[in-house]
Write a protein that binds this ligand. Structure first.
Ligand code: PLP
Length: 359
């Protein structure tokens, strides 16, 4: 473990030795009392973190499974997909591949979503679902969830789907209070678990919509999840080891305290931001819309980002991200998600200083 390459990419992130240890617990039957106890241990804590009294579901899939399932469960008329980066752009494609009508509300990568544009689109009456990414991991932009939710909530027949894959447990998110209809996240980002588990909550309005939709399929059918959740179970055999890991991480999270966790992320994110400014770099995201879980650094100095990554790996055994898709090399990304500490971030920044000097 000590000699491995430490991940500072925005997912998957470092998994603690304690989590790996917890995951090595003996297997149990997924219809057993032991599983019910495991489920009932994690479930109320997930509800608390999501700010909801609705059921929270455990899906054995990556986040995209839940994202695709959401489209299948909810879209009858047409989805409006808010697009401003790699993950949000892909929603339109995914919706169409599911045979649904979908339209992109397209922004330049790095531009935050403007709620007023959503309002204009929804006023046409064409749409029944809005897909929205809270924290666009590819660009480091934190979109205005509260304002977007307020706009979508003006339209009774439009459901708001929110991807919080890289913001859940980093900043407070209140599902019930915001009036979100589906909130989803994945295990390998801010929760610092291995990949493989999707976690999501569904509103009553979304259950009602799903009930009217014929081709929901089976694996991601919201009503299958609901029926099973009422018995503290999942529709099919879940990734029990990852759920052991989740239980451990929830112990860690609640021991630290949610408020302290949010404050720690803010503080670590600020340390990275100070480094960016001190080294003459700029941010890819505009001021006021910067992610708290990662930093997308704009390569305004024209450094060799691939080389930087190589030196970081070879000399410091740390992996940073060299930019996503079409902004590869024009940006690089530094994550402060999960279990990072002031010490680990100081180590990252010192390694970056050394690597920059060697370019
Ligand atoms: C990583 C990520 C996804 C995709 O998650 P998978 O686990 O690869 O399916 C979706 N949305 C956001 C915002 C992400 O950061």
């Amino acid at each position: 473990m000590s000699d491995h390459i430490r991940l500072h990419i925005p997912g998957p992130v470092e998994v603690s030795a304690g989590t790996y240890e917890a995951m090595a617990a003996p297997m149990i039957g997924h219809r057993s009392k032991d599983f019910v106890a495991l489920h009932n241990d994690v479930h109320p804590r997930l509800q608390k973190m999501m700010g909801t009294t609705q059921p929270v579901f455990l899906s054995t899939s990556s986040a995209w499974g839940v994202m695709e399932g959401t489209i299948r469960n909810l879209v009858a008329k047409k989805a409006l997909c808010c697009c401003s980066g790699a993950f949000s752009d892909k929603w339109v494609d995914v919706a169409r591949r599911c045979g649904k009508d979908a339209e992109a509300l397209q922004y330049e990568w790095g531009t935050p979503i403007n709620p007023a544009d959503i309002d204009t689109k929804l006023a046409t009456g064409e749409f029944d679902v809005v897909t929205f990414i809270h924290n666009e991991t590819s660009t480091g932009v934190l979109n205005p969830l509260e304002e977007v939710a307020a706009v979508v909530n003006k339209y009774d027949d439009v459901l708001l789907v929110t991807d919080t894959v890289s913001s859940f447990s980093v900043i407070p998110i209140e599902f019930d209070q915001l009036g979100v209809d589906v909130l989803l996240t994945g295990s390998q980002k801010a929760l610092a678990l291995p990949p493989g588990l999707g976690i999501f909550a569904v509103s009553e309005a979304a259950f009602d919509r799903a009930a009217t939709i014929k081709d929901r399929g089976y694996y991601f059918d919201f009503h299958e999840f609901k029926k099973n959740q009422e018995k503290s179970m999942t529709p099919s055999t879940p990734c029990i080891s990852t759920i052991y890991g989740l239980r451990h991480q929830l112990d860690v999270i609640f021991e630290e305290g949610l408020e302290n966790r949010y404050a720690r992320h803010e503080k670590l994110n600020n340390l990275v931001a100070e480094w960016v400014v001190a080294n003459g770099f700029e941010f890819f995201a505009p001021e006021g819309f910067r992610s708290k879980s990662l930093t997308a650094v704009k390569n305004n100095k024209g450094i060799d980002v691939a080389k930087l990554g190589q030196i970081m790996r070879e000399d410091h055994k740390k992996q940073v991200d060299g930019g996503y898709g079409k902004i590869k090399g024009k940006t690089f990304r530094l994550s402060n998600m999960g279990n990072e500490t002031e010490e680990s971030i100081a180590g990252l920044l010192a390694a970056l200083d050394d690597s920059l000097a060697k370019l």
